[in-house]
Each structure stands twice: as structure tokens, then as C-alpha cells.
Design a protein around this ligand. Structure first.
Ligand SMILES: [Zn+2]
Ligand SMILES: [Zn+2]
Ligand SMILES: [Zn+2]
Length: 610
């Protein structure tokens, strides 16, 4: 692994750029792995000798065919992900080092980073133990084995202290809370504080800087060519996209700190109505709509504790990304930072210009429901649906999340996926919404608490709504929606159009894939290509028959109770196909929005064609 990065000068001016353009790791790995196939098999067998027999039996039964073959064949793909991860670590360290230099810092951190990069560049040198250990630690962390997946659409916070490199990954909805300026993180027995957003390389990205208009519970993007509301409560908030938080070690959690402080933030959400179409169900003024791959923006507008006293936002340095909380104490720190680091002397009101929200923008299926007459009604409906979905559909609060946006008797609830563009859960929620509501109603009705309790509506995650949650109110809202009369489901067209209109394509994901193939300059593949081997027939979404290459787009396959069966069937087919000399590439629908992943897939397809 270290050798793969050999020949790249990590101290060169353009090192971060060079690394960013690096991909296609799996090909040379595959060759390497197949050359040493027998050796790897022997090593695995030796390794499994130390396993408890019961655990090994379970593991063997969970895969098709030989466990050892399964693990070895799956390795290149997994190693690819690890490579990309290590590459991003290096980019982070290079940026971090440049920033420390710029500040004229001579801290131990700087020498620690330099040592780390040096060791990485010279794995055979005197300091190879450092980088060997590092590489192994990454391999261990992500498990060299197939079957795990690195979540897409997440943020990685990093810390390099004297004792090593620590990373914490979070999906956007959680990252906006945990990596916000007032939060403390606990990992590997230590306590960390987010101190800086490493954004100075990313700030040319579209959507990086945004401005929002806030009127109490309502938030909307500022549109420069539209007149704004004439409302004294209206407020404009500048915001930056959350990216690459840097953590600073703050010590070890003491015994007195058994009770970890959960910081409350005011997290808002906006749906941009930029989607691939969907469905809408109307009944007596209530509208429920499902929209495929819409654009969602989540915004942390400040801490609930500080907004009433000091206003929205956090102090964020536009030059180096240093963050401070929005309190008199944070303000002092921030003033001193501007003076000592940037030689800027800012006074009074002008310091408010440095206050920013933190946002994340991503693509997800959404279900939007409304209008509700009050925030309270919206909150009770929203939390009832989550309770119902967890019982009825086995969808947990870590898989879907939601927010309320609105004003003046016009509130809407939006449900979205926490793994952006991924699971298909929102579509399931839309399809089964009636049954979810019934399940929720039954549960709420059977509880005997006065307003709400942890057996019915309350949970650790919905603390921000505890003051308005009330099971009787929730039943009222559910009954209103259900008795509102017959619903008609209408198809809604996309506001974002696919560039192609091939009638043969089964899903928007497949249409998207074809676009990407064409953009990459590869020849058009066959569509819906059928292969029959003895008594097994399969239809590949795309194929290059000349070179026996089949491409499947995995997505939208989740249907109630059917998910696992479908996956097992595909795996079995895949083994039969491989045994007959076919190469099979499976692309997750969520990867279609990930340029990095797609570049890898297309490079690998292109290599096969040539
Ligand atoms: Zn890492
Ligand atoms: Zn700064
Ligand atoms: Zn209860």
C-alpha cells in the first residue's frame, strides 16, 4: 500500500492536487492477489484455525461457496475503498501542514505531521515502523474483509496528536451536531473538541457558501433576484458547508464527567425541489409527496442555549476556518485570533459579519407532508410516523431523519435518508404510509401516560420536540389525515431531467449510468442483456458481450420483506456467471452520485474494453 503512493512528493506544492486525481487502485491489486492466490488461501486457513468453531461455522454458512475464495475475490474492491481513505488522510495532513506553516507555527503537531508524511514517502527508511503501523491501523479499522461498507455522504473529523491519528466518521445529519463548535467528542478514551474546518481548499465548490433567510421557525435560501419579505423578524444568515473538521485533544474524560453534556443545536432543513419525479397523494387539503433524489440542505443555525442571548451562528474565520462559539467568551477568543494570526483589528458590530451557520447539501429521496396548522401538529405527526415506521417497516431512526419547516399555519414535515441517495426506505415509507399511521395510532392509544413517555412518543433523539409531543394530540392529527377522504396518487414529473429517454431503461439510476458512460467516452453498452447458463437466466442492466462483461445497477430493489432474498439471489447468480468466464460489475445506485466511485468503476470498465 505504501508503495502505491511512492514517487509522489508529499511535500511538493501541488501534492494535494496530485493525490486528488489518483484513482484506479484495484487493477494492480487484482493481479497481485491472483498471483499469490494459493499463498493467501493457506494464510487464511491458518488464520481460521484460531477461530472458535461455532463462529467459523456461522461465517462459512453466511457466504456462497468457499469462504476463503469469497474473501480473496472480494478484497480488491474493499482495498480500493481503503486506498481512497488513506489518500484523503494524506490530503488532510498536507493541507494541515501548509496551514501551520502559513501561521509560522513551530508546534509539536507540525513536526509530528512532517514525520508522518516522511515515513509514508520512505517506507524502507529508518522510520518505517511509524507508517507500517499507520497502514495496518487503517486496515484493522476498516477490516480487510468484504462485507462492510464505508458510508457515502459522510464527514470525517481528524486529529493527529502525539499518540497517533484519530478519525471519527459521521453522516451529515449527525456531523452537523457532533462537529459543531460547542460539541465535545469522546473516542478511544479521550476527549476531543472541533477547532477548525479545513475548508480553504473546498471553498470554490458550488453550494459551499450560501445565504439563508430565517423568520422564526422558517428558513429559506436567499434568492438574489426576488424581493425579500418585509418582516422585522427576518434575518439573514451566511453559512459555509461543513467539511474536514479538525479535532484537538482536550484531555481524558474524568470520573466527574460520567454525564456527558448533550449540546442542543437548532438544526433546520430545506428541500430544493430539484428532483427526478415521484408521486403525490392528495386528500382534503393534506398533501403527501414522494420525490426521488431531491436536493436537501441541513443547516445548523446555532446553539439553542446561545441564540436567545447572542443571536444565530458561530464565529468562523473566513481565512483559516478556526471556529469559536457565539458567546462573550468565544468572541474574545475570536478577536484575539484575528489580531494575532491575521493581524486584523475588528471592532463592535463588524464582528457580527464573521458569524456563520454550518450546512450540508446532499441528494436524497424525500417524503414531504403538509400543510400543518402549527409546529406542534407537525412535530406530533412526524414523531408518530417514526415510531410507526420502526415497528411496521423495521426502519430505525438511524436510517431516516426528518425536519419541520414553515410559518403562519403552513408547516411541512420532510423525511430524508441519512445515507444520502441510498437505501430506498423513503419510498417504502411512502408506499406503506397508511399502515404506518395505523400502527402508530394503535401504539399511542394503548399507552397510559398523561402526555407522552418513552414507551410511546419520546426518544433520546427527539429531545428537541419533547416539550410539544403529546400522544392525544398525535392521535388527533393522525385521525384527521386518515379520515380526510379518498386519496388519489398522481405521478409528478421531475424538475431535473435525465439527458436520455431510452425506453429500455428500467430506472432513473440506469438512465443516469448511461449518461455517465457516454460522458466518459466509452462505447454504448447493450441494454437489458440476457444470459442463460444451464437453468439460470439473468438479465444484466448493461453488457459488453464481446468481452463477457456484465454490469448491474443495484438500487430500488428494497421492497418490504424482499430485500435479503434479492441480494442472495444476485450473489448466487454472480458466482455462476464468474465460473462461466463472465466478469460482473455491480454498481450501487448511491454510487452514481459519487464522482470518485464512478471514476473508479469507469476506469475498470475501460481497462477491460481495451
Ligand atoms: Zn484514515
Ligand atoms: Zn483564522
Ligand atoms: Zn406514553
Amino acid at each position: 500500500i505504501n508503495a502505491f503512493f511512492n514517487g509522489i512528493d508529499l511535500f511538493a506544492d501541488n501534492a494535494a492536487e496530485t493525490l486528488k486525481n489518483l484513482f484506479g487502485f484495484s487493477r494492480p491489486l487484482e493481479e497481485l492477489i491472483y498471483r499469490h492466490y494459493e499463498l493467501l488461501r493457506e494464510e487464511l486457513e491458518r488464520f481460521f484455525k484460531y477461530w472458535p468453531p461455532e463462529a467459523l461455522k456461522t461465517l462459512r454458512e453466511s457466504v456462497e461457496g468457499e469462504l476463503e475464495d469469497f474473501l480473496i475475490n472480494g478484497s480488491p474492491e474493499q482495498l480500493d475503498k481503503i486506498f481512497i481513505h488513506i489518500r484523503d488522510d494524506l490530503i488532510f495532513l498536507i493541507n494541515e501542514r501548509a496551514e501551520l506553516f502559513r501561521r509560522g507555527s513551530t508546534s509539536r503537531e507540525l513536526s509530528s505531521i512532517t514525520k508522518h508524511l516522511n515515513a509514508f514517502m520512505h517506507p524502507q527508511g529508518g522510520e518505517n515502523s511509524v507508517s507500517d503501523f499507520y497502514t495496518i491501523s487503517v486496515l484493522i479499522k476498516y477490516g480487510f474483509f468484504p462485507g462492510y461498507s464505508l458510508a457515502k455522504g459522510h464527514v470525517t473529523a481528524r486529529c493527529l496528536d502525539n499518540e497517533g491519528f484519530v478519525e471519527i466518521d459521521r453522516n451529515y445529519n449527525i456531523a452537523l451536531r457532533e462537529f459543531a463548535p460547542l460539541s465535545r467528542l469522546y473516542a478511544v478514551g479521550k476527549k476531543y473538541r472541533p477547532t477548525r474546518y479545513n475548508f480553504y481548499n473546498a471553498d470554490t465548490k458550488a453550494g459551499f457558501r450560501q445565504r439563508f433567510i430565517i423568520i422564526e421557525d422558517y428558513i429559506m435560501p436567499e434568492k438574489p433576484d426576488e424581493p425579500s419579505f418585509d418582516n422585522p423578524a427576518q434575518l439573514k444568515l451566511d453559512s459555509i458547508h461543513l467539511t474536514d473538521p479538525k479535532l484537538t485533544l482536550e484531555g481524558r474524560p474524568g470520573d466527574s464527567e460520567n454525564r456527558r453534556v448533550i449540546m442542543g443545536y437548532d438544526i433546520r432543513g430545506i428541500v430544493k425541489e430539484n428532483h427526478l419525479g415521484g408521486f403525490t397523494a392528495k386528500s382534503d387539503g393534506m398533501i403527501t409527496s414522494f420525490r426521488r433524489k431531491d436536493v436537501v440542505v441541513l443547516i445548523n443555525v446555532g446553539s439553542k442555549r446561545d441564540i436567545p442571548n447572542y443571536g444565530y451562528g458561530f464565529y468562523i474565520c473566513p481565512e483559516c476556518g478556526v471556529i469559536e462559539e457565539n458567546t462573550p467568551n468565544g468572541k474574545d477568543h475570536f478577536l484575539r485570533h484575528l489580531e494575532t494570526i491575521h493581524n486584523k483589528h475588528i471592532q463592535g458590530e463588524r464582528l457580527n459579519e464573521y458569524r456563520r451557520g454550518i450546512h450540508a447539501e446532499f441528494v436524497s429521496d424525500v417524503m414531504v407532508v403538509g400543510p400543518f396548522k402549527s409546529f406542534e401538529e407537525a412535530a406530533n405527526y412526524m414523531e408518530s410516523m417514526k415510531v410507526g415506521a420502526s415497528i411496521d417497516l423495521d426502519i430505525s431512526t438511524s436510517e431516516i431523519d426528518s425536519f419541520i419547516n414553515g410559518r403562519e399555519e403552513n408547516y411541512h414535515v420532510t423525511f430524508f435518508e441519512t445515507v444520502p441517495g441510498g437505501s430506498g426506505y423513503i419510498e417504502v415509507l411512502f408506499q406503506y404510509r397508511e399502515s404506518v399511521m395505523k400502527t402508530a395510532r394503535t401504539l399511542l392509544d394503548s399507552c397510559d401516560c398523561k402526555t407522552a413517555c418513552y414507551r410511546c412518543l419520546l426518544s433520546f433523539w427527539n429531545q428537541p420536540y419533547h416539550s410539544v409531543l403529546n400522544r392525544k394530540k398525535a392521535i388527533e392529527v393522525l385521525d384527521f389525515i386518515q379520515t380526510a377522504g379518498a386519496t388519489t396518487v398522481v405521478k409528478i414529473p421531475g424538475t431535473r431531467r435525465e439527458k436520455t429517454s431510452d425506453g429500455n431503461l428500467e430506472s432513473p439510476a440506469e438512465a443516469k449510468f448511461l449518461n455517465i458512460v457516454r460522458e466518459f467516452g466509452l462505447p454504448d453498452p447493450h441494454l437489458q442483456y440476457q444470459v442463460t447458463i444451464s437453468n439460470m437466466t439473468t438479465i444484466a442492466d448493461f453488457a459488453y458481450p464481446d468481452i463477457k462483461l456484465l454490469i448491474y445497477i443495484d438500487g430500488y430493489t428494497y421492497h418490504k420483506g424482499k430485500g435479503q432474498e434479492k441480494i442472495d439471489l444476485d450473489r448466487r447468480q454472480e458466482l455462476i456467471l464468474k465460473a462461466s468466464g463472465y466478469e460482473v460489475i455491480r454498481i450501487g445506485a448511491k454510487d452514481l452520485d459519487d464522482d470518485e466511485m464512478m471514476a473508479l468503476y469507469l476506469q475498470s470498465i475501460s481497462n477491460s474494453i481495451q
